[in-house]
Structure formats: C-alpha cells, structure tokens
Design a binder for this molecule. Structure first.
Ligand code: 5RP
Length: 231
C-alpha cells in the first residue's frame, strides 16, 4: 500500500463510526478529504440519513459542497457535535497531536474537535513520532500585528519561529480567520499539555497546533492495513 492508499483506507474505516442523525465535524487536509468524499457518496446513495457536517475550514466546506450529499451547517446552528474526523501532522505514543500543517486550520479544528463527543484522527504511519516536535514545527495562529513580538518571545521557550509564507500569493499565509501563522520549531516537547496551555497565555496568540489529550481514536494506515490506537 502506498501513502494515498493508506489515507483512503483510514478514511473508509472512519465511515464505520458514522450513524444516521449524527452531526459530524469535517476536518481539513488531504486525508480527511477522502473521508468527506466517501461520506457525501454514502449519503447520496441513501446509506446514511439526516447526517450534517460542520466544516473546520473553507477547504472542508467547499469540498463538501462540491461533493454533494452532506448538508453543511455551521457550529452555531447545531446543539452538539457527535463525532469529528480529522488528520494530523504528528502523533505521539500518548495520542497527543500536532495539527495545522498545510491547512493552517488549527483554530477552528480545535474549537470543533474539543466539543465533539468523539474525535477520530486519520493518519498514515509516517505521522507517528516518538515525541511531538520530532519532525514538524508547531503552527501558532497569531494576530497579524503581534507576529514579530510573539516570534521573539518564543525564544524564551528555546523555539525558533518563522512566519509562514504563501505559495500562490505574495506575503504571508492569511488564515480563514484573517490571522498569520508562525511555525515554531521546539527542541523537544516534553510536556505537550503544559506547552499547549502556556503558548495560549501569550497575548496575541489565537491558538496553537498542539492537541494534547483530545483524540479518542487514531486510525493509522500501514502497509499491513489499518491499525487502531485508543484510550
Ligand atoms: C490542517 C491539519 C491537517 O489535518 C493536517 O495538516 C494533516 O493533513 P494531511 O492529511 O493533508 O496530511 O491539521 O490544519
């Protein structure tokens, strides 16, 4: 199985958790994109009824609308989120995550996934690490006017931060919320929950990409098939 096949396999596995009348948080990224496509198809084929999707980003919303099938609603239109499904950039052995890689959607993702009755994470095995920060920086969404001050303040944490630059636009990436992203490289993150809380106390930080202690089930795509990590 190559990486794309692993992504498809975990996305298909996640469908088994979806039942009629559920409100589903729709994650962002290339792995969750398969889940959104498969979910829309199942609904259109009549296999699932009265399932609603709450997107975590413009990407997820536009994809769900393009695929069809999933009635898209926003967070303030629902009483509760039954289940959320999303990808991750790193997963440590304790099921802590780094999110917000390419998608830069970490703030809305955390808002929705924190509130979900169950949060399922979809990754291929390349995302498994011994400790958070091993391969990836921690994305931090910041108020634009504060980016430089925050980048300097992160030196206290022995981190080096870079302003994320856009690819098909001049200048920095602007998030769905109109903010900037700092990618902060930490030497080694010993206590993800502690760092997650501490980063959010810096004025001007909107949210950070450490998701400690929030995932319920992680579906890992491997060449041998889908493996499951759960609490
Ligand atoms: C976006 C995210 C994504 O879920 C994460 O970057 C993984 O993406 P992919 O499935 O494309 O590897 O957190 O904000």
């Amino acid at each position: 199985m190559n990486v794309e096949e692993m992504k498809k396999a975990v996305a298909k596995e996640a469908l088994k958790f979806i039942e009629d009348e559920m409100v589903v948080g729709l994650g962002t990224g290339s792995t969750t994109a398969y889940f959104i496509k498969y979910l829309g198809k199942l609904i259109m084929e009549g296999e699932l009824e009265d399932v609603y999707g709450v997107p975590t980003s413009h990407q997820a919303r536009l994809l769900a609308l393009e695929v069809g099938g999933i009635p898209v609603v926003s967070l303030d239109e629902v009483d509760a989120i039954d289940i959320a499904v999303d990808g991750a950039d790193e997963v440590d052995p304790h099921m802590n995550l780094i999110k917000g890689g390419r998608g830069a959607a970490l703030t809305m993702e955390k808002i929705i996934e924190y509130r979900a009755g169950m949060f399922i994470v979809l990754v291929d095995e390349s995302k498994l690490v011994e400790y958070l920060g091993q391969k990836m920086p921690v994305p931090i969404e910041v108020i634009p006017a504060a980016w430089r001050a925050i980048a300097e303040e992160l030196e206290v944490f022995n981190a080096t931060a870079e302003l994320r630059m856009a690819v098909k636009k001049d200048g920095p990436v602007v998030t769905d919320n109109g903010n900037f992203i700092l990618d902060a490289k930490f030497a080694r993150i010993e206590d993800p929950l502690d760092l997650e809380i501490e980063l959010n106390t810096i004025p001007g930080v909107v949210e950070n990409g450490i998701f400690a202690d929030i995932a319920d089930i992680i579906l890992v795509g491997t060449p041998e098939g889908v493996k499951r990590m759960e609490r």
